[in-house]
Design a protein around this ligand. Structure first.
Ligand SMILES: Nc1ncnc2c1ncn2[C@@H]1O[C@H](COP(=O)(O)OP(=O)(O)O)[C@@H](O)[C@H]1O
Ligand SMILES: [Mg+2]
Length: 290
């Protein structure tokens, strides 16, 4: 799991924080970091000559931005291997493309053109849930550095990749993991009987967690059952967390939606960095069937 970590930067303060997050994670994992800046107005045609002064400026500004970001990352983590890449194209499309061969993609929640009141920039909205694996969206300085990892555990298999990512992060950081399962109403109580009066949901969650506890015996796990809408419970928990991890969608997700509603709300309102983890489709499935 030492694949490259890709961080996108537009030179904004929030992107700087994303690069810090990414280089910390690269050092933790012993993985290389690639810092990427996308330039939409690419000045060079096939001939290699610049066609427009404005676009030329964008390339030079991008190169400067990358040099500064790489220097800041290397200062922060001298042990990390850091490279940079300037790429032509729309930022979200470029980063989606880069993510296909990366272990993780890291972006800021906002960027240089932050619209007042916008809950999320267009780049994180265009990458989270759109690529296999983990997309980490870093918010400006709100994480509790002493907090643990919080992971949302749903009712379906869809949260397994999120659990894998969350356990791995807790192990790497040596911090506790809090698994939150929430539902609006108390879950159905089983038919009465000597062993069957217990609420079924916590048991199902405990079963789901059991396999992961076995694989990560050093991680201290607590299981929380919240009687609240899931997004609200997770946003609340994010106030005391270093990182919140969710799957890209759950059981309720409508087929055509890229992101489930819980993941989307959490990306808009969480008070710490959020990792959205999407499962890679099974490669063995027959062609044309997903
Ligand atoms: N041109 C770009 N190249 C690479 N990454 C980018 C670029 N633009 C934005 N990003 C990444 O996306 C994050 C959010 O930016 P964006 O969605 O553009 O928000 P805003 O609308 O506030 O500018 C940035 O913090 C950065 O990590
Ligand atoms: Mg922008």
């Amino acid at each position: 799991m030492n694949g490259v970590i890709v961080a996108g930067t537009d030179g904004s303060a929030v992107a700087d924080e994303a690069v810090c997050w990414a280089v910390d994670d690269a050092a933790r994992r012993g993985a290389p970091l690639r810092i990427v800046h996308a330039v939409e107005a690419w000045p060079y045609g096939a001939s290699g000559f610049s066609a427009s002064g404005t676009a030329d400026f964008a390339v030079r500004a991008g190169e400067r931005m990358l040099t500064e970001a790489a220097r800041a990352a290397a200062d922060r983590r001298p042990d990390a291997v850091v490279t940079t890449e300037l790429v032509e194209g729309a930022p979200a499309a470029v980063l989606r493309d880069q993510a296909t061969a990366a272990a993780e993609l890291v972006v800021g929640s906002h960027g240089v053109s932050a619209v007042t009141g916008a809950l999320l920039g267009s780049v994180p909205a265009g990458v989270a849930g759109h690529v296999d694996g983990a997309v980490v969206v870093v918010r400006p300085s709100m994480a509790d550095p002493y907090g643990g990892i919080v992971v949302g555990v749903g009712d379906s298999e869809e949260c397994e990749p999120a659990l894998a990512f969350a356990f791995e992060q807790a192990r790497l950081r040596g911090c506790p993991l809090r698994a939150v399962h929430a539902r609006r109403t108390p879950s159905r109580v089983s038919e009465p009987g000597p062993d069957r009066t217990e609420d079924e949901a916590p048991r199902a969650v405990a079963d789901r967690l059991a396999a992961w506890r076995e694989r990560f015996p050093t991680v201290a796990v607590t299981q929380d059952m919240a009687c609240a809408p899931p997004a609200a419970a997770l946003v609340d928990a994010s106030g005391r967390a270093a990182l919140l991890v969710v799957g890209s969608r759950g059981l309720g997700a409508v087929g055509s939606l890229i992101l489930g509603s819980v993941s989307r709300q959490v990306l808009h309102h969480a008070r710490c960095p959020v990792a959205v983890v999407r499962q890679a489709p099974l490669r063995s499935s027959p062609a044309g069937h997903r």
